[in-house]
Design a protein around this ligand. Sequence first.
Ligand SMILES: [Zn+2]
Length: 217
Amino acid sequence: MLPEYLMKHWINILYIMTQNKEELKKRYSLLPDEDLLRIAMKDSADLTPEAFHVMTKELERRKLKDSVASAIDAQLRCLSSEELSCYCEIIQKQPCPNCGKNQLKLNAILVSHVISLVFITFSETKLSIACPACLQESNKDANLKTWLFGLWGIGIFDTIKSLSLNYKMAKYIGSETPTPVLENFVQDNIGKIEAYKDKSEDLQFLIKHAKASRLTV
Ligand SMILES: [Zn+2]
């Protein structure tokens, strides 16, 4: 399987390079079902009209179109704020992927930490979707790790950035309103959420492996 960042645009790049619809058809026909469905559920809105047409024909040929039709529609539709709230609600009603509890609504924050060793600095910012208690814990852990290991050497600049992001994120913890981070995640994954809305196991997988496309809010 191709890495996701390559997968996202390679069909379009190929079309631009070849301008050959037959070649495009051939390439789509060689994709495994899994990759074809992934493009349909996540990247339909980014495809050129030609690539979109070839992709839908290939889905029809494999009798896969019905299973992703609503996911494609969701991506191509301009979402109203009510629709966005409904999709956020689908995620928020899931049990917490970390502790398994489902009394409180899930939400999303960015969690950032820095580890610094004299001239080497390692910093990481990731997306966390969980219940308020688990979000609180990951926010605290990241801050503690950064205070202990980030301040050394040149890491001080990243440390300030990281701590201020965590401080900003801490204000969202406990709120039932979807955070901007959750709204971004939902918009990026609208096709998948539509396809998985009645499949709790697939939604849990999506939440657990959530990646942020934007590391600022
Ligand atoms: Zn939890």
